[in-house]
Design a protein around this ligand. Structure first.
Ligand SMILES: CC(C)(COP(=O)(O)OP(=O)(O)OC[C@H]1O[C@@H](n2cnc3c(N)ncnc32)[C@H](O)[C@@H]1OP(=O)(O)O)[C@@H](O)C(=O)NCCC(=O)NCCS
Length: 223
């Protein structure tokens, strides 16, 4: 990410302790900047202005000309929010709405913040990739991991997948495939980081939707 885009994150410190971060990357085909993550981890650091300062700092930067967009400023910031907050912590969606982000029509989790006057964001429609089932995937779980854009993904999402699957089936083999080491394993199946295959079915539900995720796992195991 650093080699491709340059600086793609800001870290905020309180008393010399890294207390919060905002991570982002350009989408040059749309001239917008996507916020991948904002997070203030430790409770004593909550509500001290860290999240707000990180966001405002990014907004000010993105109003300036960017090499990613042919020396034009970004047209907007966008963010796909999800419920990654702990108990008592502000959900990301509520935070962005407080600071003027608007919902993109009919997609509740997708918000945008225009930097160009009157700009309304509409995502470029992309075909969803289809998993190519492999005979050897029968009777097992494959979770695709490796270096990626979100430091919370492995402990919070992938290991959670494993836990939720184990609650349903104590014995099924669960294999982690590191895409950086075994790229062909992902390529052959047409899957990517964070994808989870159970008994030759790709699980579509996001793991934080525990019920939806486990329902799909049960269906996959009964098929
Ligand atoms: C959203 C988040 C970044 C805010 O960080 P923060 O530094 O604690 O927030 P700030 O101090 O900048 O607060 C800004 C405003 O948000 C609101 N706010 C923040 N925490 C709040 C809380 N617990 N309850 C109600 N409002 C809250 C307030 O309006 C606050 O302004 P005010 O204190 O002047 O009233 C942080 O709560 C967080 O990390 N939440 C989880 C986000 C997440 O799920 N990320 C996905 C993982 S990648």
């Amino acid at each position: 990410m650093l080699q491709k885009w340059g600086s793609i994150a800001k870290i905020g410190y309180i008393d010399n302790i890294p207390a919060g971060m905002i991570q982002f990357r350009p989408l040059p085909e749309e001239n917008v900047v996507r916020i991948d993550c904002i997070y203030v981890h430790n409770k004593p650091h909550w509500r001290k202005g860290m999240g707000k300062n990180l966001l405002f700092s990014l907004i000010e930067d993105m109003k300036k000309p960017q090499k990613w967009f042919g020396n034009q400023p970004a047209k907007a910031l966008i963010v796909w929010t999800f419920p990654g907050h702990s108990e008592g912590q502000l959900p990301a969606k509520d935070f962005f709405v407080i600071y003027g982000f608007k919902q993109v029509a009919e997609i509740p989790s997708l918000l945008f913040y225009p930097l160009k006057e009157c700009f309304i964001y509409q995502p470029v429609k992309k075909e969803l990739p289809q998993y190519t089932p492999q005979p050897e995937d029968k009777g097992k779980v494959l979770i695709f991991c490796g270096p990626n854009k979100c430091p919370a993904a492995y402990p919070h999402f992938l290991k959670r997948m494993e836990r939720y699957i184990r609650e349903i089936d104590e014995k099924i083999p669960i294999n982690y495939i590191d895409i950086s080491k075994e790229p062909d394993m992902a390529k052959r199946r047409n899957v990517d980081y964070g994808d989870c295959i159970v008994n030759r079915k790709l699980i579509g539900a996001f793991v934080l939707d525990k019920q939806g995720f486990q329902n799909e796992v049960k269906n996959a195991l009964s098929g």
